[in-house]
Design a protein around this ligand. Structure first.
Ligand SMILES: C[S@@+](CC[C@H](N)C(=O)[O-])C[C@H]1O[C@@H](n2cnc3c(N)ncnc32)[C@H](O)[C@@H]1O
Length: 254
């Protein structure tokens, strides 16, 4: 179903698929993907090993909200089969193109996390990074995850962390720059998404505490929550501050 949040998400990430602003090479070329990979994992050095340690080797893995496909390429190198979805056709196209360039058999398509076009119990793993906090009913997306996962299948999901230094930085900016005079917090917060400040319709951005994140996945087993990416003013801070990182990473099993 089309809603304001979904049309805003489609507008935002059709215009600016996440990470593409870090690549100068022509879109869809091998150099373009290499530049995105390099910059993503230079900015988030903690991510590749965490992702590799999670992907079920040889399993069938779904990625929800694949964007330009950087993480999906890592997943496709380990999993036996992959599928990717994104609400924005630009992201689905970029991921499909990357799979083809790398000679991988997976498919990327346009679809909604809240209503996925897959049969029940068809995946051994589900991955989603920075996506479910942009959809109007994250709990419906999580129910869909449950539906398409086989019993025993695992997931890894990253959400924005409410009690992070980055969220605190945004709150300070909101107050000090007197933005509260002209904007609601929920309209200001989406400016953290690249290019969103220039759009009239901005994506929905929800923030999660560790407890909120755990509650969202309360139906699953072995749910573990960790925070990653302690960052402030664009700089990654020492790992000791991980507790206040920008991502809540949730793992668990159906
Ligand atoms: C911040 S980007 C993250 C993309 C990618 N996972 C990454 O980390 O680079 C959020 C992505 O989620 C997608 N998205 C938002 N709501 C969605 C929904 N309901 N169903 C599927 N994709 C969605 C957007 O189109 C966008 O590509």
């Amino acid at each position: 179903m089309e809603t304001e949040a979904r049309s805003a998400a489609r507008n935002q990430w059709s215009a600016n698929p996440a990470g593409t602003n870090h690549a100068a090479a022509p879109e869809g070329t091998p150099e373009f993907y290499e530049q995105m990979t390099r910059s993503r994992y230079a900015l988030q050095p903690w991510l590749p090993d965490l992702l590799r340690s999670w992907v079920p080797p040889g399993g069938r893995v779904l990625e929800i909200g694949c964007g330009a496909g950087t993480d999906h390429s890592v997943i496709a190198g380990i999993a036996g089969a992959t599928a990717a979805i994104d609400l924005a056709s630009h992201g689905a196209w970029l991921t499909q193109r990357r799979l083809e360039l790398e000679g991988r058999p997976g498919t990327a398509q346009v679809a909604d996390a809240e209503d996925m076009p897959f049969p029940d119990q068809s995946f051994d793993g589900v991955y989603s990074f920075g996506v479910l906090h942009h959809t109007d009913h994250p709990e419906r997306a999580v129910a869909e995850m449950w539906r398409v996962m086989r019993p025993g299948a695992t997931f890894m999901v990253a959400l924005y962390h409410k009690h992070s230094m980055f969220a605190a930085q945004k709150a300070v900016e909101y107050v000090v720059r007197l933005r509260w005079r002209s904007q609601k917090w929920r309209d200001f917060l989406p400016e953290l998404e690249y290019g969103a400040a220039n759009l009239e319709q901005r994506p929905l951005v929800l923030l999660y505490s560790r407890r909120d994140a755990r509650n969202l996945f309360s139906r699953f087993h072995d749910v573990r929550v960790r925070t990653e990416h302690p960052a402030l003013r664009g700089h990654l801070l020492p790992d000791g501050l991980r507790r206040f990182g920008w991502y809540v990473v949730v793992t668990g099993r159906r």
